[in-house]
Design a protein around this ligand. Structure first.
Ligand code: ADP
Ligand code: MG
Length: 656
């Protein structure tokens, strides 16, 4: 049934080579109990590993049920191990994180069969007398008990052959006898047992003793009482060699769910480490969420702002078109006067309202308080056009504007700074050392980008020009066009009018007319800067976070090399191992992403509190962040997972 023909195995360590097996031929029948004996280093384990398909010979043939199995792929061999073989090692190789019943049913994850197999695992534990301890962890068990768990694990797939490498090597005599009785009992039920040992009284349980020295068999002693039931048992067991070597889909049969459960178990086993390793992802995701919320909020605030500025508005200013006050052209600057405002206002079909404005700075004093603010001198129509008519108090009268009276409307920021809680209406303040009477409070508008739109002092344009700022021209003119559709027409007609009146050339750069879309652009540029900043924080921390994940997964793979070796021995295929580690890294990043989403929403709320505009967290950004963090887990987990998957079962098991 198992037949080796002239098998060689040579290990290479750097330059030197060790010939562990040099021409071993042996044939083992179904139902035999074989002990492999010999001095340490004589090649016993090497032989057992080749028989157990944990390793492949360099030279020679291995026929399993008459089929050459050396040519099978790694995954097919894994499938065979899972279905055909049970392994018992000197070091037990139980997984410490799991209860013993979970350890015992572990091979079933890789069997491709449906079900949780807890009942079967408990039945196997009962066979070795441990049914009372199913929920204990390996650390709570003695060595002998641990080895009995390992035997139960070897039995769960009801294998034809049990491979045991010094199963009693770490046990005292009493426990050794217990274990040997169990193995003997299994052999009596028809299972083939192949065992390595160097103790004679242990080998005495076997029906056949093979002795090795320096990589060759020097004695093969059939001690009688063998009952090679042979092919009969094979037929009874219904074992299908061909089917056993086949893989099955990872996603089917609940294997994936098994991986998820194990991933979360291992994440939770290292809570602090897991948390620290996802910190980068957390910060990154939180910034993305906050960034998008901020962007949305800014957009909303801007629309509010534009509404409060008035609709269909044109702004005419001296100088060439500029952003942030930096003039792009050079040359003359047109100076506008009230007569320009009147002329523009007389374009009746196009223009609904027009108002000149002058701007400057105001130092405004009330009692002991003083405050610097921006000063706007306006015409009568400005109040309606720019939604500046006070709710508390009143707007200027035409007469006040004409008579250059010293009356002022102040924004809520100015009220707060100068008056605290008291009522400013009717009070006298000094604006640039001139007494003004406060007649109204401008409606609150909030921020436009970094600019506080409530930090304003509004006075009649005439007063501002002739009494406060000492200018005889306007800073600009606001025009409200009768309808949206007429904006372009109004722009060109107003331009023509100004060019004619001021005797300018066509396309003169000494003035410019802007409409709302341009103002909108200006406003959005500041929020864009902010978004960009948050965006780059997000990108960097996601990258760093990803590298952190990769690092921790590499550590995890190294730490768990023996676990990987064991999993492969009991039948895990490459993809199974790969999937296990990928699920773990994705699980990590998704957890990090989830906490990041919560943190991001928190940050958004804090931002909205301080920025004074409603910050909106969109569902899209949450979904995007979650998807992205999963992707990062996948991308940065791939390499460690591959590394784990490529490990050879033998080397992984030997790893210390
Ligand atoms: P035994 O189990 O009889 O003590 P082994 O089969 O484990 O012996 O080892 C036989 C020889 O091969 C020893 O000299 C050992 O050092 C060497 N050997 C075994 N495994 C490896 C390996 N993975 N790499 C290098 N040398 C090895
Ligand atoms: Mg050995």
């Amino acid at each position: 049934m198992l037949e080796l023909q002239d098998v060689h195995r040579t290990y290479r360590i750097g330059e030197s080579t060790v010939q562990a097996l040099r021409g071993v031929s042996v044939c083992i029948e179904q139902g035999e109990f074989v002990a492999i004996m010999g001095a340490s280093g004589s090649g016993k384990s090497s032989l057992l590993q080749i028989l157990g398909l944990l390793d492949n010979p360099d030279k020679g043939e291995y026929l399993l049920f008459g089929r050459n199995v050396n040519t099978l792929s790694e995954d097919e061999q894994s499938g065979l191990r899972n279905n055909l073989a049970g392994f018992v090692f000197q070091q037990f190789h139980l997984l410490k994180r799991m209860s013993i019943v979970e350890n015992v049913r572990l091979p079933h994850i890789y069997s491709g069969l449906k079900g949780d197999f807890r009942k079967e695992a408990i039945a196997c534990l009962a066979l070795v007398g441990l049914e009372q301890r199913i929920d204990h962890t390996p650390n709570q068990l003695s060595g002998g008990e641990q080895q009995r768990v390992a035997i139960a694990r070897a039995l769960i797939r009801n294998p034809l052959i049990i491979f045991a490498d010094e199963p009693t090597g770490n046990l005292d005599t009493k426990n050794s006898i217990e274990i040997m009785k169990i193995l003997k009992g299994l052999n009596d039920q028809g299972k083939t047992v192949i065992m390595v040992t160097h103790e004679n009284d242990i080998a005495a349980f076997a029906g056949r003793v093979i002795t090795m020295r320096d990589g060759v068999i020097i004695n093969d002693d059939l001690r009688g009482n063998v009952k090679p039931a042979g092919e009969k048992i094979l037929e009874e067991s219904g074992f299908d060699l061909h089917a056993a070597g086949q893989g099955s889909s990872i996603l089917l049969n609940g294997r994936f769910v098994g991986f998820m459960a194990q991933a979360f178990q291992s994440i939770l086993a290292n809570k602090m480490r897991s948390f620290l390793s996802v910190l980068g992802i957390l910060v990154g995701v939180a910034s993305v969420i906050a960034m998008m919320a901020l962007g949305e909020g800014a957009k909303g605030a801007m629309q509010e702002q534009l509404k409060s500025m008035g609709s269909n508005l044109l702004s005419i200013r001296g100088g060439s078109a500029s952003f942030h006050g930096a003039a792009q052209g050079s040359g003359a600057v047109a100076r506008f006067t009230f007569s320009d405002v009147d002329d523009i206002a007389s374009l009746r079909t196009l223009v609904k309202n027009a108002s000149g404005v002058v701007t400057g700075n105001a130092r405004i004093v009330y009692g002991n308080n003083n405050w610097s603010s921006s000063l706007t001198g306006t015409g009568y129509d400005y109040g309606v056009m720019r939604s500046a008519v006070p709710v508390l108090g009143r707007w200027f009268t035409l007469g006040e504007i004409e008579r250059r009276e010293k009356v002022a409307i102040i924004g809520v920021t100015v009220v707060k700074e100068l008056f605290g809680g008291s009522n400013p209406l009717g009070k006298t303040v000094k604006i640039n050392r001139i007494n003004f009477q406060v007649i109204g409070i401008a409606p609150a508008k909030g921020f436009s980008g970094p600019q506080d739109e409530d930090d304003v002092v509004i006075i009649p344009a005439t007063t501002a020009m002739y009494r406060v700022l000492g200018k005889d021209y306007l800073s600009g003119i606001f025009v409200e066009v009768t309808s949206q559709a007429l904006i372009e027409k109004a722009k060109s007609e107003i331009a023509a009018l100004i060019i004619k009146k001021h005797r300018l050339k066509e396309n003169d750069e000494s003035f410019n007319i802007r409409d709302m879309t341009e103002m909108q652009k200006m406003l959005s540029s500041t929020t864009q800067t902010m978004s960009l900043l948050l965006g780059s924080i997000a990108a960097i921390s996601l990258l760093v976070g990803g590298i952190g994940i990769m690092n921790i997964m590499l550590v995890s793979v190294t730490e768990r090399t023996r676990e990987i070796g064991l999993r492969k021995a009991i039948g895990a295929r490459k993809n199974d191992i790969m999937m296990q580690f990928l699920v773990e890294s994705v699980g990590l990043t998704v957890c990090g992403g989830f906490i990041g989403v919560l943190a991001g929403i928190g940050i958004s709320l804090v931002l909205s509190f301080f920025a004074g505009w409603a910050v909106k967290t969109s569902l899209l950004s949450v979904v995007l962040a979650a998807a992205f963090s999963a992707l990062i887990g996948m991308f940065f987990g791939l390499w460690p997972a591959r590394k784990a998957a490529e490990l050879k079962p033998l080397e992984a098991l030997r790893y210390e």
